[in-house]
Design a protein around this ligand. Structure first.
Ligand SMILES: Nc1ncnc2c1ncn2[C@@H]1O[C@H](COP(=O)(O)OP(=O)(O)OP(=O)(O)O)[C@@H](O)[C@H]1O
Length: 306
């Protein structure tokens, strides 16, 4: 369990994290989402005791992380996969970590196997791809067999096979009863991986709820309607209170309608003797829900100075 309470971090007059409060529970994968610069890494660093909060607290298993002498047995974390000594081998790197954390040496081989680096274990880390470095960082996090695991953007640089592997690994770790907390700036990465979401924007909490609840909060369901008489249909629907847009630049025969349900649109078309070629309800995707809820907190919007 990770508990964050009123956590705040300021750098001079810049506020990176503002009064964040949330709980990350065991037995589930929790996604930590926010646009670039939202404060995810800063929050993870404070939970790990690597940065000192300006205010508030972050505890792991009821204890401040710094009070645990054998850190890696308690929390495994991957923050920046590129921050490893390039001259060492993966095996040497992990062996050093195992020694300094009082972890049996046999765990090194076990985690190397687990992350698929057994073959590459004796080669220099300097020659590793980003995806391999991510695997090595995950191996280090798993080394102490900890009940709590935190990963900052773990999927960056991974190929599709690696993404699939890492998703299965996170699901399995959660099924074993561990607390699994993953950051990402992409909702699509969380859609198939996470049970719960903590969403932040500009350092503030936007949502802390299940993936399903988060998706349901997006109000923007719409209906796609196709008709050979799209212009006449648009006029009818608009006068019935809907808002109507052509579905794409070329699709003069297809409309995206919000504000009226599909059955009402069908009834109106029948009433006005307008034939329909399509009538499809679209629920907003998780990605759309995320963009909608964080729209006010994106730091850098293309083409729109703030
Ligand atoms: N050491 C620091 N000194 C000054 N400002 C900082 C420092 N670290 C982070 N910040 C600022 O705090 C804010 C939050 O940064 P952080 O790296 O935590 O965001 P993030 O959500 O992890 O973003 P990304 O997805 O881009 O990695 C940013 O505006 C960043 O510029």
């Amino acid at each position: 369990m990770i508990e964050v309470n009123q956590l705040t971090k300021r750098y001079g007059d810049r506020t990176a994290v503002e009064q964040l409060t949330f709980t990350v529970r065991p037995g589930q994968v929790t996604g930590f989402l926010g646009p670039n610069g939202a404060g995810k890494t800063t929050t993870l660093r404070m939970i790990l005791g690597l940065d000192r909060p300006t205010g508030g607290t972050a505890t792991v298993g009821k204890a401040d992380f710094r009070s645990h002498p054998r850190g890696l047995r308690h929390v495994g974390a991957l923050l920046d996969a590129t921050q490893v000594h390039g001259g060492r081998s993966a095996a040497t790197h992990l062996s050093a970590l195992a020694r300094s954390n009082g972890i049996p040496a046999r765990r090194v081989e076990e985690v190397l196997q687990e992350v698929g680096l057994a073959e590459a274990a004796r080669g220099r880390i300097g020659g590793f791809s980003l995806g391999m470095k991510q695997r090595l960082g995950i191996a280090a996090a798993l080394l102490g067999d900890p009940p709590v695991l935190m990963f900052d953007e773990p999927i960056n640089g991974m190929d599709p096979e690696g993404v699939l592997w890492v998703r299965r690994l996170f699901r399995r770790l959660a099924a074993e009863g561990r607390t699994v907390f993953l950051s990402s700036h992409l909702m699509s990465e969380m859609e198939n991986t996470a049970d719960q979401l903590v969403v932040i924007g500009r350092g503030r909490l936007i949502a802390a709820e299940s993936v399903a609840d988060f998706a349901a909060r997006s109000t923007r369901g719409s209906v796609v309607v196709g008709s050979p008489q799209a212009a006449a249909l648009a006029a009818v629907l608009t006068s019935a209170g809907a808002s109507v847009e052509p579905q794409d630049m070329t699709g003069a025969r297809k409309l995206t309608v919000t504000g009226l349900p599909a059955d009402r649109i069908g009834a109106l078309a029948l009433e006005h003797r307008i034939p329909l070629s399509e009538l499809t309800t679209r629920t907003a995707s998780l990605e759309e829900a995320f963009m909608e809820l964080t729209a006010d907190s994106v730091e850098y919007l293309a083409g729109q100075p703030r």
